[in-house]
Write a protein that binds this ligand. Structure first.
Ligand SMILES: Nc1ncnc2c1ncn2[C@@H]1O[C@H](COP(=O)(O)OP(=O)(O)OP(=O)(O)O)[C@@H](O)[C@H]1O
Length: 301
């Protein structure tokens, strides 16, 4: 049984199709990274899976339970941390955890134990009497995670959990996420950051509400066609124009920071020797650029 499954899941807002017939099948214990530019539909997808929004078409299930009809069976097994961490700024760290414990119907010793475990996990024991509103970003984020996993959910949705958090706090957060997954929790997490995506077992890439990539990182990198060349240049756009003018053959070509990346077949390599290219291993960003350009029909080769 899949931990998270969707078949043709669709949601419209007026004439806009925010999520467009998305299929997903995520196995238990997976960290699934959900990527895509602003407005591509990631939050809408997660909000449908969490039962906050009703789909217009398609079906979804969490641990085999229908996301529309069986929310009561899902709620106790699912955690959700939204973009705007839903903490109460006027309550202390402890009171926030206590409030969420109440929402999950945790009582007595179990409630106490779980709150202590979360304070420990988030390294917040010394700050348990501080107001949540006074915590800095990284602490607030870990408190929000603590509130979302108090009840030991089997499936956890994290919607851009590390926005506005410094790199050190991000790393700590991800260490916790990886530990949860190693213990069997299925995690679906949205991010804009490639280093975070690299820590996922599988990634999905949404564009205009459509899922255009859905695979393991290793598979995605190994199925990129041809060989990837990097030509360092302060003016990659100018270099691109020169190569286009020379009508050199390639599969795809695009500026990449202070370089030009060219995907080429092995037998096309010698065409580029004059530019002293390096053969490089594709990054996840190269993979997304390729699939996005292919989806838009912009890949020439
Ligand atoms: N409640 C709503 N009413 C109308 N339009 C909405 C609503 N929620 C989302 N949208 C629109 O649906 C599209 C997808 O939004 P969504 O928030 O799912 O994208 P996203 O990929 O999560 O973006 P971001 O990375 O900025 O969070 C956007 O065009 C957004 O404006």
């Amino acid at each position: 049984m899949y931990a998270v499954e969707a078949v043709g899941l669709t949601r419209r807002f007026g004439s806009l199709t925010a999520v467009d017939h998305v299929d997903l099948a995520i196995k238990p214990g997976t960290i699934y990274g959900f990527l895509g530019s602003n407005g591509s539909g990631k939050s809408t997808m997660i909000r449908m899976l969490c039962g906050v929004l009703t789909p217009d078409e398609g079906k979804g299930s969490i641990l085999g339970h229908d996301i529309v009809m069986e929310q009561d069976k899902i709620r106790a097994q699912m955690g959700y941390m939204s973009q705007k961490f839903s903490l109460y700024p006027d309550l202390t760290v402890y009171e926030n955890l206590s409030f969420y414990a109440g929402m999950y119907s945790l009582k007595g010793n179990e409630k106490k134990e779980r709150i202590e475990a979360m304070l420990d996990m988030a390294d917040l024991s010394k700050r348990k009497r501080e107001l949540a509103g006074n915590l800095s970003g990284g602490w607030r984020q870990r408190l929000a995670l603590g509130c979302a996993i108090l009840h030991r959910p089997k499936v956890l949705f994290l919607d851009e959990p590390t926005g506005g958090v410094d790199p050190m706090a991000r790393r700590l957060f991800w260490d916790i996420v990886c530990e949860l997954a190693a213990a069997g929790t299925t995690i679906m997490v949205t991010t804009h950051l490639m280093d975070e995506a690299e820590r996922c077992d599988k990634v999905g890439f949404l564009f205009d509400g459509k899922l255009i990539v859905d695979d393991t990182i290793a598979n995605l990198k190994s199925t990129l066609p041809g060989i990837l060349l990097e030509i360092k240049s302060d003016e990659p756009l100018k270099l691109k124009k020169i190569i286009e003018k020379d009508r050199k053959p390639y599969i795809d070509m695009y500026p990449f920071g202070v370089a030009l990346h060219i995907l080429a077949d092995r037998n096309q390599l010698e065409e580029f020797t004059v530019f002293s290219p390096q053969i490089i291993r594709p990054t996840l960003e190269d993979v997304f650029v390729y699939y996005l350009r292919k989806f838009r029909g912009e890949v020439s080769g």
